[in-house]
Design a protein. Sequence first.
Length: 563
Amino acid sequence: MRRRSFEDVAPEEVWIYLRLSALRVKSLSIASQDTVSRGALERVGLPLPPAGQVLDDIESASNPHKEREKFESLVVAIREGRCRYIACRDQDRLLRHTTEMDRVLDAAADAGNQLLIIYGMGGQIDTSSPEDRSTARGRAAEARGEMEKKSARQKENNEERAAQGLPHFAGRVFGYRLNDATGSYDQIPREVEALKWAHEYLLAAGTYTGVARKWNADGVLNSKGGLWKREAVRRAVLHPALAGLRPYQQTSILWKTKSKTVPPFELDEKDLVQGNWNPIITVPEWRNLKLNLLSTRSGGGNHIKYLGGGVYFCGRCPEPDGDPHLSKAGRLGTQHTTGTLKKRGRRRQYFCQDTGHMYVYAESIDDYVRQSVKLALTNPTIFRRIFREIDSRAGVNVAELERKLSQLESLLTEVEKSYFGGDMTRTNYLASKSENKSKSDAIEAALKEAERERGERNRLVSMEKIASRFDVAPIETQRYAVKECFGRIVVFPTEGDPSRPPESYVKIYLHGGAEFKPWEYTVAAMEAQTESQGGEPVTWRQVTDPDGRVLGVEEVGPGEEGA
């Protein structure tokens, strides 16, 4: 190899090539490569280049579909003669394909074969030497062969881990920590509680942003130790690992110039296998979360648009074990019909995603449910049936009860001092302690009841406020009212007749399981019910909204007959 003199080399002609490694801490990887490369330059007597000359920020150079922008700029600099010396830790930091070595050698030939590649781990390539060029091609082929062998070993290892149900090495799933002894997942109680709260909140018309705000406020950090954002929450609450599932292999969609990783929850269930760790939720619950959280949002964000998306149930789906009116399985999704505005227009539909049992137009169903909610909130008979009537007597004096409880605690302390000091017999001590406990339990029960009644009063006030502005309330508020008033709304197919009245194919149930039939609350029905119960006769009148739609009936008070 022809020896070179480096006395007149300009620093701008010297380049250091660094590449990130996905398997190492990035800052350490870059620092190590930079130190070794600079040491190699000093060893041969080359000047150090300007800071930040080249940094390839792609974590893997093995994927031919990824565009290596910094590598391309290096090839251009070699061809133009601006780069005559390259220092890198080893050849695999610079090149991973034989075709890339050919491109570097061709670019060097265009510039007169003045390129010198110096490896920090030992050795160098002088492109002016045919022997060195041949050696460079051979080393590139060897590196490619080793990479392919390593890839085969990793695939075999991944297949074996999948067969055993072990999780992937890549990243930590929120809610779990990797157990080094077993190679499987252990649950993290605090994160499990946060996930369960998030699932209930999202199914109750919450948003991913709301979850992120709550978790950040509570100090619940993401799996990387940072704050939550909307998309990270979406991936965390829908991850199949929560149901004890794992992808069979790391799946990605290869595009022309880059690869895009598919979120695990977007994989088909056929691509998932059972893991060997304890799940946080069941597989049916995970399917239900996907059905509701992926079908009730608009394509441009997570803003809720529809009253019944994820709230109504399919009447054809089999009911699971347990209380059928509290089940979360078989909820309906939403979509628009095909067609253009010029022809028949686009209409919103509710449909059963599980089996395609039905597709029904949404407008008439939503109108019927809204009228039923307003009837429930404005009709005193229904309101009292749905929400327990709170006694209007004067509230309990909580401060007085707390004062008495404090006195009893002080008295118990004095009794214990007397007994253990020898001033009281065991019989008297046990009798005093028992009496004190009975009084304390009674006061604590009264305080608990007062707290419960205060919560009920707040709930009633909240629902009364919703009733007064229901038509103009946000969709989230309307959905909240639907969930508070009714335990389950079941939609059946229209049997090919979309003009049928919704009450013939929509069943509404109260939280206790009884069916709610709005047409029973007419003036005639209420008068008959009052007469059958005996007592003073009561006059009822019909209640309508500004559009003339019947909301229900209400009792006419004294002096209101002519109103």
